[in-house]
Design a protein around this ligand. Structure first.
Ligand SMILES: *Cc1c(COP(=O)(O)O)cnc(C)c1O
Ligand SMILES: [Zn+2]
Length: 443
């Protein structure tokens, strides 16, 4: 196997670095890096041969191919050896046919990619398996790291802590105090990470962790590090694979730091470059109205994203005012004929409740994407017969406070019109029958 990948400057400066180098920015222009693959080498296999190889490996137990990420290792990180890989069987998540919820919107071909059905409950595992594996390789080759570290709105730290613990590598996480769910806070504690809860927001944590990385104190695990995106890009590839290598018409993605939007594009670009697909799906980036810097830039026709102060939102994982991957996301939007739309707290609450009533259990970020889907369908941007995939980024089970708040009607600025609180009754047979009757008559 002579496939190669290396870091290159995203803006095109003539520099390249091995993936094991702890480097996060281009030394010439200070811009973002990307992982560049030797696509010509990969063309030694035909599109049909790649599809067959990936299908043969998909969800089997042969290490490390059962992982949806490592089943595509040649396209992800070809230099990492089997015994360097730190994997928890990421990917291979259900592509859920949202039949009943879709029908409520007049859609016939709506799917939800359940990326939250993962080891730590969010799609972050897809990128973290690659990053931690490459760090383990680098450490074996002599790299000295005091710790792998990230700033997080909750899910990145949960994922990093788990993968770090599995590899026996020390982890430090910087969280905005009081702004992550109980589950998200407990996850890195349980996995033994040093958890630093700072009196700031995500953007404030990010500033500090970037300095720690720049000064060589830690290895940076945020999605500024292009290694994360290599794992995350398998979502697009896997969606395609699950449709028997057909391209959907639309993908709706909840976004904050905008790394995942860029990763999605990278996955489809690889499929296109290697002849597996002939066109891109269209991309709808969904932002919370409370933290909408990309939406503001995009609707004003600007290519530069100006930072905003992110306001409080129930979608805490995307409460980000200064998205690191904004230039990458802009490129994704242009390539994929994209749109950007936002959702208010009321809209996301009601969309989550509607989805839940059809059997889902949407986290608030997935709810932002669902609310945006509803708006784009109502406006006729997404056609009713379009094959549409909403990316669900985390498990609703991590966001119990959100669900309880809704069903107890304790969310400010939200009508909670579908709240379904428990009915408290005496232990009396007749009272129970009456309650069932009342619900039955209400239909
Ligand atoms: C990280 C995260 C996002 C946002 O992804 P970005 O790459 O930062 O845009 C969305 N939803 C959940 C649940 C997340 O954890
Ligand atoms: Zn550069």
């Amino acid at each position: 196997m002579s496939y190669r990948a290396e870091f290159r400057c995203f803006a095109g400066c003539d520099v390249s670095f091995p993936l094991t180098r702890p480097i996060y920015r281009c030394p010439k222009c200070n811009g973002l890096l990307e992982v560049a693959h030797d696509v010509d080498a990969l063309k030694d296999r035909s599109a049909a041969a790649w599809m067959k190889l990936f299908d043969d490996r998909y969800k089997r137990t042969l290490w490390p191919y059962g992982s949806g990420v490592w089943g595509k290792r040649e396209w992800v990180s070809p230099d990492v050896q089997d015994d360097e890989i730190v994997s928890m069987d990421e990917g291979g998540t259900n592509l859920f046919w949202a039949e009943r919820y879709g029908r409520g919107l007049g859609l016939t071909d709506l799917w939800v990619k359940m990326c939250g059905n993962s080891h730590t409950g969010s799609f972050k595992d897809l990128g973290m398996t690659v990053l931690v594996s490459v760090v383990r390789k680098a450490v074996r080759e002599g790299l000295k790291v005091r710790a792998i570290a990230c700033a997080s709105t909750g899910d990145t730290s949960a994922s990093l802590a788990a993968y770090g613990a599995a590899a026996g590598l020390p982890v430090v996480v910087l969280l905005p105090r009081g702004k992550v769910s109980t589950a998200q806070l407990v996850q890195p504690l349980a996995n033994g990470a040093l958890v630093l809860a700072l009196d700031t927001d995500f953007d404030g944590c990010m500033t500090i962790v970037q300095r720690l990385a720049d000064e060589g104190v830690v290895y940076l695990a945020n999605s500024m590090n292009a290694l994360r995106l290599e794992g995350q890009k398998t979502v697009g590839i896997e969606i395609c694979q699950q449709f028997d290598w057909q391209v959907p018409d639309w993908i709706v993605l909840p976004s904050g730091n905008l790394g995942n939007a860029a990763a999605l594009h990278a996955g489809f670009r690889m499929l296109k470059d290697l002849g597996v697909i002939a066109r891109y799906p269209r991309l709808a980036v969904a932002q919370a109205a409370a933290a909408n810097p990309l939406y503001l830039a995009w609707t004003a026709g600007k290519r530069e994203v100006a930072p905003v102060k992110a306001q409080e939102t129930l979608a805490t994982a995307i409460q980000i005012g200064n998205p690191v991957s904004a230039p990458r996301a802009m490129r994704a939007l242009e390539a994929m004929n994209g749109v950007v739309e936002q959702a208010t707290e009321e809209e996301l609450c009601e969309a989550a409740a509607r989805a839940d009533r059809s059997g889902m259990y949407a986290c608030p970020h997935t709810a932002v994407a669902l609310a945006v889907l509803e708006k784009l369908v109502a406006r006729g941007v997404i056609a009713r017969d379009a094959r549409t995939v909403v990316v669900s980024t985390a498990s609703g089970l991590k966001f119990t406070e959100f669900k309880v708040g809704y069903h107890e009607r304790r969310i400010a600025d939200a009508s909670c019109s579908q709240a379904n609180p428990p009915v408290h009754l005496a232990a009396d047979y007749g009272a129970v029958v009456d309650a069932i009757d009342r619900r039955h008559r209400a239909g």
